[in-house]
Design a protein around this ligand. Sequence first.
Ligand code: ADP
Ligand code: ASP
Ligand code: MG
Length: 424
Amino acid sequence: MALIVQKYGGSSVADADSIKRVAKRIAEAKRAGDDVVVVVSAMGDTTDELIDLAQQITPLPPQREMDILLTAGERISMSLLAMAISSLGVEAQSFTGQQAGVITDSAHGKARIIDVTPSRIQQAVDSGAVAIVAGFQGVTQHTNDVTTLGRGGSDTTAVALAAALHADVCEIYTDVDGVFTADPRIVPSARKIDRITYDEMLEMAASGAKVLVLRCVEYARRYGVPVHVRSSFSTRTGTLVTDAPTEQGAPMEQPIIAGVAHDRSEAKITIVDVPDVPGKAARIFEVVAGAGVNLDMIVQNVSVASTGRTDISFTLPATDGAAATAALTEHQPDIGFTSLQYDDTIGKLSLIGAGMKSHPGVSARLFAALSDAGINIEMISTSEIRISVVTRADQLDDAVRAVHTAFDLDSADEQAVVYGGTGR
Ligand code: ADP
Ligand code: ASP
Ligand code: MG
C-alpha cells in the first residue's frame, strides 16, 4: 500500500461535471488500496476572476485582504470535491491550508512555506478517509494571518505535503499529458518527455513553462520527492521528474536539449545615459531591490567614449514594472541618468538541456534558427544548462516553433493534446 499525494489544477476541476469526474478517479485510487491525499486548486479561472473583481474595487488592494479573498477559491473547490467523493461512498474530508498545518512566512501574495505539520491530515488518512487540502494557501506562524504562495502555488502545496507525509509519489494532474519539449498550446508537434531531472525541470519552470511552478520543483529536489506530471483527462503515463536512475538501473539518458520554454510575463527597463563611473550599477540595483523587485537579465552597453555615459537594460516581472519605475524615478537625481524607457512588449525564449554543457555549437544553432526565421534578438543570457533570448512579444510563438524544429524536437507521429483550460 502506497501513500499518494494527488494535485488537481484549476482546469481539472473547472465545473461540477469535472469535479465529479476527478472524484471518480480519486475514489478508484482509494479503492485500489492506496492512501490518498488530494491537493486542489480553485475552479477554472476563479483566481483570475477574483483578482479582476478586486481591481474593480481598488487598484491597490491591501495584500492581506487580497490573500483572504484569493484563498476563498480553493475553499470552494475543496468542499465540492469532498462532497463528490463522499457521494461515491468513499469518506472524504476537506481542510484549509491552516488546518493542514501549512505554515508560511508573512510575505502576502508570495509567502514561502517554512514548516508543514500535517497531523490532522495524517489522522484523516489513518481513519481511512481521503483528505482534501486547499492548495496555494497557508498561515503565518505567529499572527495566524492567511497567506497565499504565489500564482501556481498549489503545485508547491502538493510537493510540500508529499515531503512532510513521506508520500511515495506526488502526482500533478493537469490539462496536458505531461511535460513536453515546448508548450503544446504553441507547438502541437511537441514531444512528451518521459523523464526529466530536477535541474532541467527547474530551468524549464524558471523560464516560464508553467506546467510546474518553480518553487514546487525546488522543494521536490530538496526533499527528493518524485513528481509525476500527468493529465486528469487521460490515463496515459506522464512525465517523471526525478534524479533516480531508471528501473533498469541504467543512468538516465541525457539528450542534449530537454526543451524550449517561453515567457510572456516580463518587461524591460532601459536606463538611458548613466554616468559610467564605479558604483552607479550598484546604486541602480540597490534601488530596484529596495522596491522588492527581482531582476532577471541585465545588459550594460559599451559606454560612449566622448560622453562617458552608458545605457543599462534589465528585465523584470511585468507585475513589478510600476514599483521599479517609481523607485528609479525617485532616485533619478542621485543616480544621474537622463531618461528611463519601459517596454512590456517583450518575450523570452529559453533553450534548456543538461547536455549543452558538453556540446559545442548549441548557441550558434539557436541564433541561426532565429535569424532564418527573421527574428531579432534583443538580449541574451546563459547558465550552464540554458540559453535565453529576448525577442519582440509578437514574434515569440514563431521563435519557439523555429527553435523547436531546428533542434529536431518535433514529434514525427503524434500531436500533443490539450484537454482543457483556457491558457490564461
Ligand atoms: P493547472 O491548472 O493544472 O495548474 P497550468 O495552466 O498551470 O495547469 O499548467 C498547464 C499548462 O502549462 C498547459 O496547459 C500548457 O499550456 C502549459 N505549458 C507550458 N509549457 C509547457 C510544457 N513544456 N509542457 C507542458 N505544458 C506546458
Ligand atoms: N489558484 C491559484 C492560481 O490560479 C493556485 C494554483 O492554481 O496553483 O494561481
Ligand atoms: Mg499550475
